[in-house]
Each structure stands twice: as C-alpha cells, then as structure tokens.
Design a protein around this ligand. Structure first.
Ligand code: 13P
Length: 253
C-alpha cells in the first residue's frame, strides 16, 4: 500500500525563531492527536538543523526545499544533498515550478539533483505540473510526461520507488485557484499510468502522488478522496499549525 502524505513547503517564509516555534507547535498538536498519514515539513536550509531536533521523528519528517546539482566544492552559496542529510533531514523538494521558472532549473539539472539526493539517502519530493497556457491548450499530459521522462525515467526501478511525486499545476499555486477533484484525479491517473508503462504496475501502485496548489483544510478532503491522489504538498496553508493540521486531519474519517 502506498503512503498517504501531507507535506508542507514553507518556501521563503518564517525566520529561524518563527520556524522553530511553528515546528514545535505542530509537533505538540500531532503528539496529542496522532496523524493518519505521514507528515513532512520542508523548510529553508538554515532552519533544518534546528527544526530536526524540535520534532518527534516518528511523527514529523523534515526536508529541504532544494539542494545543489554538484557534490561539493567551489559553488558559492550552494547547499549539497550531503549537507542536507547531515542535519538529519530525510526529504528534499526538487523541481518545484518556482525553481524551474525563476532559477532556470532544467530537466537535466534536476536529474543530477535527484541522483545526488538519492545517493545521500534523501527522499526526493519531485514536482511536476503545467502552466495555465498549457492547460488551456490541453497539453498538460505531454508536459508532465516530459518532466518525468527528462529527470526520472533513467532511474532504475529500485531508485524510482524511493521517489514521492507532487503534481502542482502552476496556475493553482498561491492563486486561490484549485484544480477540481476531477482534474486532479484525471492527471494523477495519467501520471500513474505512465509510471506503470515504464516501471510496471507494482511500482506505479506504490508511488505516492501528492496534489499541490491552493490546497487547504476546506478542499483537502474532496481532493484526497480521489483514488490516485495520495495527499498534498502545501504552501501557504502550511505556515500556521492549525491550518496545516486541518489538512492532515482530512485523512481522518
Ligand atoms: P500554495 O499551497 O500556497 O498554493 O503552494 C503550493 C506549493 O507550491 C507547494 O509546493
């Protein structure tokens, strides 16, 4: 059975003290009322070493929002997968549309990052998704296929099985526009079908595919109710413990 997951992406929000306070508040809330799914919080690099010891690792996993595409050396300002892993973090978001759009991350660069993350024992949360014009042209399936094939489909089945996917339509991120449950289910099912074609049914059935884009407590339940939606990758609504817990609770009856 594939995992149900709710993951937060803090993006470039919260200073260190605010981040530690949020992690502790969430940890307390989830210790008192245990989640029915895996919970992950992905934080800015500098928060990782402080947030990891602030939470119970059996309840909350911690991840980075990015890592370098190089092993080590003269790459001023970069943070390697090995450095991320050395903080105790277990996850790393890769391929977020903001990194693709604003920082020029190509499929080839992301392929390097995925391999380094895996080599360092990190679980990549790999993001894919189309922009509004592509959705309007009806080419969203082709877009996500290219993103998957360009960065992931050279992996062995064993390595691919370690990856969590997040479908995030760019037009739904931070806009208040959410994919309808039908739109989410349709493309998640398509994504799973391409995985099955490439790696077989068992790998496809065991791959968690999260939805991201204006997911909040009020719409999480109807999104997660779909057969191929295995949870969410949450931006804005992960910045307050109560909002985030509301989404985690969507997995409860
Ligand atoms: P929002 O939940 O703020 O729309 O962001 C989604 C996202 O980009 C998560 O990675």
């Amino acid at each position: 059975m594939r995992k149900k997951i709710v993951a937060g992406n803090w993006k470039m929000n919260l200073n260190l003290q605010e981040g530690i306070a949020l992690a502790k508040e969430l940890n307390e809330a989830l210790t008192a009322d245990k989640p029915n799914c895996d919970v992950v919080i992905c934080t800015p690099f500098i928060h990782l070493a402080s947030v990891v010891p602030a939470v119970d690792a059996s309840i909350i996993g911690v991840g980075a929002e990015n890592c370098a595409d190089k092993v080590s050396g003269a790459y001023t300002g970069e943070v390697s997968a090995a450095m991320v892993a050395s903080t105790g973090a277990k996850y790393v978001i890769l391929g977020h549309s903001e990194r693709r759009a604003y920082y020029g991350e190509t499929e080839a660069i992301l392929k390097e990052k995925v391999q380094l993350a895996l080599a360092n024992g990190l679980t990549p949360i790999f993001c894919i998704g189309e922009v509004l014009e592509e959705r309007q042209q009806g080419v969203q399936n082709e877009v996500v296929y290219k993103q998957l094939a360009g960065s992931l489909y050279d992996l062995s089945a064993e390595d691919f099985s370690k990856i969590i996917l997040a479908y995030e339509p760019v037009w739904a991120i931070g806009t208040g526009l959410t994919a309808t449950p039908e739109q989410a289910q349709e493309i998640h099912a398509y994504i799973r079908s391409t995985i099955a074609e490439k790696y077989g049914n068992e790998v496809a059935e065991n791959t968690s595919i999260l939805y991201g884009g204006s997911c909040k407590a009020s719409n999480a339940k109807e999104l997660f109710a779909n057969a191929d939606v295995d949870g969410g990758l949450i931006g804005g609504a992960s910045l307050k413990a109560a909002d985030f817990k509301g989404i985690i609770d969507a997995w409860k009856e």
